[in-house]
Design a protein around this ligand. Structure first.
Ligand SMILES: O=C(O)C1=C[C@@H](OP(=O)(O)O)[C@@H](O)[C@H](O)C1
Ligand SMILES: C=C(OP(=O)(O)O)C(=O)O
Length: 410
């Protein structure tokens, strides 16, 4: 269903509770399947985490993870070590275009039995679960960190652990560190020195405990954007967050200072405050925080400032080609965008066209990134339900802080 966001103004003070991080949840769900001694709290209610939970509980031969990239990559590793079990791992039409070869080859090098059902290098894949006996492998690290995290998550269950050598420039590093930190929290030892990651094997039962997932910082990004576009003095409180986050997207706190948004940590919440600021062009390398690129590009467009975003090489293989999608939709609104395979340049512009219908390309972040524009002009968001991939209550939460949202008739 398409929705219209009327020109809206949010309350001077508001608060929103955001569901647990999708990235942390998907890691911890897999670790819990390997180590049932853990309890989890504040697990994400996103479609992707529900799909991950269901896939881990399923005993059927075909497991369909729809659009969930991390689930696809993590489960490829997980099913590879389920001895005696055959699984076909498949997904949506887009998932069948998202490459898996680098991970599949690394697992094959470790001894896994993985074959392609349709196109070489892409899902669906057939996995014959078996004991993996090798422990040293080298992998290209500049395409997706999800391949690396997938291997690290199963590493402690390999008889000799894992020694992973990373080749090329390492992308999305905070996600790798998140995986290692979570391993550390459950008691699995690892090291990351230079381009080599080592994980020790573990055969013993780990100390049982409850692991609480911090709320999702990528979801928080839309409120940073809303704060940036709001009147001076506006405050938005988000929970539950901590100052020392495992999530790289918490870099939002620094980035949004540029737009006059200051962040105060208070118990388990963050308060975003819009302060007076002088706007200037923005230059950023987002190789460590690719999921907030869309939010930032739209904030700059709404504020009429130019930006140069680099380090965007992973955006082409996400839910859609996010570089092309951003250019197409911002230009519909009257902006000017130039893209390469790894960067985006937005020119400064003054006017935003009214009631433009934004296509979302099965990409939750397209819908959520463009929504804050309703603070400037009425806008239509197509296939609005797409947000459930990471943030099912997004539209209800926007309504609760003052957005006026009406479903379209068709
Ligand atoms: O490990 C993770 O949880 C993720 C890693 C990132 O992917 P890439 O490493 O492919 O950039 C990120 O974009 C994705 O949303 C979640
Ligand atoms: C890229 C994303 O997810 P995934 O790769 O897990 O589909 C995302 O949530 O922005």
């Amino acid at each position: 269903m398409h929705i219209t966001l009327q020109k809206s103004k949010i309350a001077k003070q508001s608060s929103v509770e955001i569901t647990g991080s999708k990235s942390e949840s998907n890691r911890l769900l897999l670790l819990q399947a390997l180590y049932p001694e853990f309890e989890l709290a504040n697990v994400s209610n996103s479609d992707d985490s529900c799909l991950m939970t269901d896939a881990l509980a399923s005993s059927s031969e075909v497991v369909d993870i729809h659009h969930a990239g991390t689930a696809m990559r993590f489960l490829t590793a997980y099913f590879s070590i389920q001895e005696g079990r055959d699984t076909v791992l498949t997904g949506s039409k887009r998932m069948k275009e998202r490459p898996i070869k680098i991970l599949a080859e690394a697992l094959q090098d470790l001894g896994a039995d993985i074959s392609y059902v349709e196109n070489e290098g892409f899902p669906p894949i057939k996995i014959k679960g078996k004991k993996l006996t090798k422990h040293q492998v080298t992998l290209k690290a500049n395409v997706s960190s999800q391949y690396i995290s997938a291997l690290l998550l199963i590493a402690s269950k390999l008889e000799n652990g894992l020694e992973l050598t990373l080749e090329g420039e390492i992308t999305s590093v905070p996600y790798i560190n998140m995986t290692l930190s979570l391993l550390d929290e459950i008691g699995v030892e690892s090291s990351f020195i230079g381009n080599v990651i080592t994980v020790k094997p573990n055969t013993k039962q780990l100390k049982s405990k409850t692991l609480t997932v911090e709320s999702d910082w990528s979801s928080a990004s839309y409120y940073f954007s809303i704060a940036a576009l709001s009147e001076v003095g506006t405050e938005i409180t988000l929970s539950s967050y901590k100052e020392n986050s495992l999530q790289g997207d918490s870099v939002l706190v620094d980035i949004y200072k540029h737009f006059g948004v200051t962040t105060v940590f208070n118990d388990n919440s963050v308060i975003l405050k819009k302060e007076a600021s002088i706007l200037s062009p923005l230059k950023l390398d987002l190789k460590n925080a690719p999921d907030i690129a869309q939010t930032i590009a739209v904030t700059c467009f709404a504020l009429g400032i130019s930006c140069d975003l680099i380090g965007l090489h992973t955006l082409k293989i996400k839910e859609t080609d996010r570089l092309v999608a951003l250019k197409t939709e911002i230009e519909k609104l009257g902006g000017t965008v130039a893209i390469t395979d790894k960067s985006l340049h937005l020119s400064a512009s003054e006017n935003i066209k009214e009631l433009v219908s934004i296509a979302t390309y099965n990409d939750h972040r397209m819908a959520m990134a463009f929504a804050p524009l309703a603070l400037k002009t009425p806008i239509i968001i197509e296939d609005a339900a797409v947000v459930s991939k990471s943030y099912p209550t997004f539209w209800d939460d926007l309504k609760s802080i003052g957005f006026q949202i009406i479903p379209n008739q068709s």
